[in-house]
Design a protein around this ligand. Sequence first.
Ligand code: SF4
Length: 400
Amino acid sequence: MHSIRSVYKIGNGPSSSHTVGPYRAAKYFSERYPEADAWKVTLFGSLAFTGQGHGTMKAIRTALPDAEVLFDLKTPEKELPHPNTMLFEAKKGGEELGRCRIFSIGGGSIRVEGEASDEELEVYPQSSFSEISALCKQRYLNLPQFVYRMEDDSIRRKLTEIWHAMEDTVRRGLAAEGVLPGGLGVARKAKLLYETRCYNESSDVTMNRVIAAYAYAVSEENADEHLVVTAPTCGSCGVLPAVLYYMQYDRGFPEEEIIDALAVAGLIGNVIRTNASISGAEAGCQAEIGSAASMAAAALAELHGLNIDQIEYAAEIAMEHSLGLTCDPVKGLVQIPCIERNAVAAMRAISAVNLSQFLFATRKISFDDVVATMYRTGLDMDEKYRETSHGGLATIYSNQ
Ligand code: SF4
């Protein structure tokens, strides 16, 4: 497996595979042809269907040097090597200098056709949770210790930088008001949720509302195309920061423990992206929100001092009950159902930890099994439920 750094990327929303990935692809390609005076970019599959709402063209334009850019959208293409495929062409004086197909494979990562992955070298010889768990038990390591042994010395510093970026996003989102861009008229709700005081509500209700407010804060910042951290994607970036922010600022957990929890969540996200997918265009929303819920559940379980089996079970429950979740963003924007979905997933992570704490000894399904099931289910999903806005809520809304 790669470094857990590949799970957490800082970039502008609203979609890691539709803005962060295409931005990085355009930068990579333009550096190959600095003499080009015109570019043609053909977007295929999900990028063509939802690129407009997700801001793909804007992200690509920002990355390419000042020159003419022609876009072509090829929505009916079948048999693509990846649902998020881009063809870049560089020209000078009307003559083609070169072309290259690049795939946006999820979470802001890209793969250039015919070249090795853009990610760093393999860091972990293990690729499944069962291998990691067996090694940790054999060597008496907890999961954060395992991460710190396998990664280079700068990993804690990197995770701290990631956490501070997540905290900034929560704070910005809680302070912001107004209507999100894109024409749906969706008003920001994080501040309202956070400030609404209801003195006769139970502490559980307060906890859920506060965590939902944090998830809304981050997801609304993402929908507003502001800076966020993928966890593991932009569309699902509100789940993990919501529970961690709550644990630090409402429950008083120290920052060092939050960083350890971030390491555990990164490991879970890494196992999913290695063995399945974190891309909504490839495997539906279960791959984005389901993965984020698993990461958040594992992080919370780590903070509560649960053992490796309990942490695994928490992550498994969170994914198991996201199975089959389709990606059907209304108008191709990362707003409905995405923002609310982040809040609900953060609350589901808490329930998963509560169950895992007591029931882990009777569990039948491993985390690796649920990850494999999620991927198979995603590949079986009709294309209209994989980030095309041609199914589910997206079509119901446009029919109204
Ligand atoms: S529905 Fe889920 S996968 Fe699709 S854009 Fe929204 S958050 Fe991402």
